[in-house]
Ligand binder design. Structure first.
Ligand code: IVH
Length: 681
């Protein structure tokens, strides 16, 4: 598009439609278009904004993907202080609260009951319908401005159209949904990074990240629970909540107007039942007097409003015997203690393992075999041991100490100064470390050698065919053919036989061969350097351009790269100081792996990430294998047969009619080579 007038119109149209779809998807949970159509609109908008930078609106829906960097979060004073609530755990105190309220007020009192979301409080300021500032609670008087990061939360409107107000504030709670939290910790574990203890810490940590692109990937969300401003003339809290909903904010459907204290108690009980099944954490309910006039009459103490109270649920706990402590060895050699418990039912699910974090925690608890321990499924997704009943300890119970030697290879464990974590230093020969590193190396987002999936790597290691990632590139047909082993599937406990037949071997060897064309950033990620996740590997690859410059970089040069912290810099240095790693890199270089960014590579990306393709027919620009590789290099997946989960059928000339029929029957879109290129652009 050349004409700026037309571009402006189109940008407005796309923004309006994307905002509408955002709202339908993230606030109402009622999407009305496919992810693909949404992505296409977003791509068109981004491309127009790049073409006409003068038309870029800071609140364009394209800003949701982040991009802004905040070096320092400035302190901002709240227009209205952010108070906290007085807490109670007992029904009696709720009744006492109700009695105090009734004493101060003649006539009936209505309440609004809400869930008490367990996240991070936020205050948003809208001026002329546009989000201009987002500030954390801080000390209640002033907080940190985190606007760029908040804008990545898709359920928060960047603009509201029908408020007609010059200025108002909205308050709510930013939280991390359980599935995002689990996914984040899985990633962290894979990268050998410290895990977040619970979704609240993860949400709060995410809001303080400098690069909003990274925040965008954390999938934070936000429930709103208050509106305030001179121009708002609502009479009740309930009215203000309804207005927030109308303006497009996400308000919990579990917010309810309650007439009288009996209804309040019903809400409390229902909330407690619902709690375990919610996709996010709550730690209680909040009870607020509905009428603003009554709120004003009740007033405030020095810390809290007198018109509201938080009823906190007790953490869900169970008591059981501690049978043993297992020590798990991860890919990076980090050893974590896990309590093995006599199975106990807590809040609807059986718990038989609980997290113990590290040695310090074990020492604090002073655990003995068969101790009665209190297990809590609270804010943390993984149950943890919170207490031990020493009075019930058997007389000569054996104290359980942290392992001194690796449970897998019997090497003496080490502890780095200043860190609470123990490591098994036998990186080269400790089986779970070898296995973990190879599995990480071949994983889809690293070298994508899928045909060597679990079970097969185990067999190769067991037969001494591979000890490290470089060995993969020395494998020959003769090494593999005929290998066979019966393996127990850890998920089902069932035994199955893994056997390398002619076809399997050929597939494995060609997948290994194909992996030599994987780009440098993915190779860097695949090496499995501690603390170096996928995103940072990408950043470092592009910053240093090749492995030698990265290896020679000083600590200061590393730290100067955005989001590289001390731990990451140290771990990169430690990696390159180890001669064994340098030898592996040399061997991988000889095998033809990419250790520098070339021009062609910089054109690759992850535009097709999350999409799967079935490729059929003959193509103009590429051979069939080349086009498959092209898809993979842009983050897509190639599958051999069409199912309802296939994103696209990529059709070349002379494609068989059966494939077309099947795609049409399953509603799988059929695209050609040109459309594939457009998706990447
Ligand atoms: S109202 C003056 N409503 O709880 C009243 N707070 O201890 C201000 N919270 O900092 C808060 N859910 O972070 C309110 N539905 C809800 C809430 C809620 C969670 C948090 C909020 C606040 C803390 C109060």
């Amino acid at each position: 598009m050349k004409d700026p007038e037309k571009a402006k119109e189109r940008i407005e149209e796309l923004s309006r439609r994307l905002n509408e779809h955002n709202y339908r998807y993230y606030v109402l949970d009622q999407p009305s278009i496919s992810d693909y159509d949404y992505d296409m609109m977003m791509e068109e908008l981004i491309s127009l904004e790049q073409q006409f930078p003068e038309l870029l609106d800071p609140n364009s829906p394209s800003r949701r993907v982040g991009g802004e960097i905040t070096k320092k979060f400035p302190a901002v004073k709240h227009r209205y202080p952010m108070l906290s609530l007085s807490n109670t755990y007992s029904r009696e105190e709720v009744i006492a609260f109700h009695t105090r309220v009734q004493k101060a007020i003649d006539g009936p009192v209505d309440y609004v009951c809400e869930l008490k979301f367990d996240g991070v409080a936020i205050s948003l300021t809208y001026e002329n319908g546009v989000l201009v500032r987002a500030v954390t609670r801080g000390d209640g008087v002033q907080g940190d401005e985190v606007t760029a990061n908040i804008k990545t939360i898709r359920s928060i409107p960047l603009k509201i159209s029908d408020a007609g107000l010059s200025s108002f504030d909205v308050r709510g709670e930013v939280y991390m949904p359980h599935n995002s939290f689990l996914h984040l910790n899985e990633e962290k574990e894979k990268n050998g990074e410290a895990l977040f203890a619970n979704p609240r810490n993860a949400a709060s940590g995410s809001l303080k990240m400098q690069d909003s692109t990274l925040v965008a990937r954390r999938n934070l969300d936000c429930f709103m629970y208050a509106a305030m401003g001179e121009e708002l003339n609502f009479n009740t809290h309930w009215e203000s909540i309804q207005a927030l909903k109308r303006w497009g904010f996400k308000v919990s459907d579990d917010t309810r107007k309650c007439e009288g204290i009996d209804e309040v108690f019903r809400f409390i009980e229902e909330g407690e039942k619902k709690r375990a099944g919610l996709p996010f954490d709550i730690d209680g309910v909040v009870i607020k007097v509905n009428s603003y006039a009554q709120q004003e009459r009740l007033g405030y103490t020095s810390k809290f409003p007198r018109w509201a109270i938080a009823f906190k649920y007790k953490a869900v706990q169970g008591v059981t015997h501690l049978l043993d402590i297992a020590f798990q060895v991860g890919r990076t050699g980090a050893v974590t203690p896990v309590a093995i418990l006599k199975p106990v039912l807590i809040a609807g699910s059986t718990v038989q393992r609980a997290s113990l974090y590290n040695e310090d925690r074990m020492i604090e608890l002073n655990l003995h075999r068969n101790d009665m321990v209190v297990v809590e499924k609270g804010g943390d997704i993984i149950p943890k041991i919170v207490d031990v009943d020493a009075s019930q300890r058997e007389k000569h119970a054996e104290k359980i100490d942290f392992a001194t030697h690796c449970p897998e290879c019997d090497t003496r464990l080490e502890k780095k100064t200043g860190e609470a974590v123990h490591y098994c230093p036998n990186n080269d020969a400790c089986p779970p470390q070898i296995q973990g590193r190879i599995e990480h190396f071949i994983s889809r987002r690293a070298m994508n050698i899928e045909s060597l999936g679990q079970g097969k790597t185990e067999l190769l290691i067991a037969r001494g065919k591979v000890q490290n990632i470089a060995d993969l590139y020395d494998l020959t047909y003769d090494d593999l053919i005929g290998l066979e082993k019966t393996i127990e599937d850890p998920a089902t406990g069932k035994a199955r036989t893994v056997r390398f037949r002619d076809k399997t071997v050929k597939n494995i060897l060609s997948a290994i061969e194909n992996s030599t064309s994987v780009s440098f950033d993915r190779v860097l990620y695949a090496l499995g350097i501690r603390h170096l996740g996928e995103t940072m590997a990408k950043k470092l690859a592009h910053h240093f351009e090749n492995i030698d410059r990265l290896r020679q970089s000083s600590y200061d040069e590393l730290i100067a790269v955005r989001d590289v912290g001390e731990k990451m810099a140290e771990s990169i240095h430690a990696y390159f100081e180890d001669a064994r790693n340098l030898e592996i890199i040399e061997r991988l270089k000889r095998a033809g792996l990419s250790f520098s960014v070339d021009k062609q590579e910089t054109e690759k990306g992850d535009a097709l990430s999350g999409k799967s393709f079935v490729v059929s027919g003959v193509f103009a620009q590429y051979s069939r294998d080349e086009i498959k590789e092209f898809i993979r290099q842009h983050g897509g997946e190639v599958k051999s047969s069409i199912s309802s989960k296939t994103s696209f059928l990529l059709a070349g000339d002379q494609m068989g009619p059966e494939k077309r029929k099947k795609a049409e029957a399953l509603g799988v879109p059929i695209i050609d080579e040109a459309e594939l290129h457009n998706m990447i652009r």
